[in-house]
Design a protein around this ligand. Sequence first.
Ligand SMILES: [Zn+2]
Ligand SMILES: [Zn+2]
Length: 177
Amino acid sequence: MSLDPTSLNNFLLFGVAWGGAFLAALWLSLVLWAYRDIRSRARDPLSRILAVLVVAVLFLPGIVIYLILRPARTLEEEYQRTLEEEALLQSIEESSLCPGCSRRIKDNWLICPHCQTKLKKSCHNCGKLMDLPWNLCPYCATPVPGMRRENLTLDEALRPIPAEETEEEVEEELQTE
Ligand SMILES: [Zn+2]
Ligand SMILES: [Zn+2]
């Protein structure tokens, strides 16, 4: 079997054409990838153009250079990180301090474990925690016992409390009948 020079030539030509097409497709996809990648990592147009140019001109070495130099975090990750940092900062700022000893206390503590300062009281009806100055439970609207209720209408204020009806009054009622 002898190799015909024309068919060998055709074979080589085919190989070169195929290789060329593959390289062109690879080049195009790398440029596209670099464009998408830099778009998610940098906001300014100059770095975007530079990144695409480096990959387009230098091809494979360009990709290596781009991978080394590209911003470590995407814009999305950067945004998440700032959010987390802000939340952390806020939680540190918001965590309250004991009015007695200025140590850090938790919001659901009734009493400061360090200096025994009373921090909260619990509602006698629903048991939820209330700030000390509150006269009314914000969860079940029960007034704190012994506290004067504000904003009472005259009718409400004059309405007799059934449980506190004294024996004398009961006797009087019986006598009138
Ligand atoms: Zn304290
Ligand atoms: Zn309550």
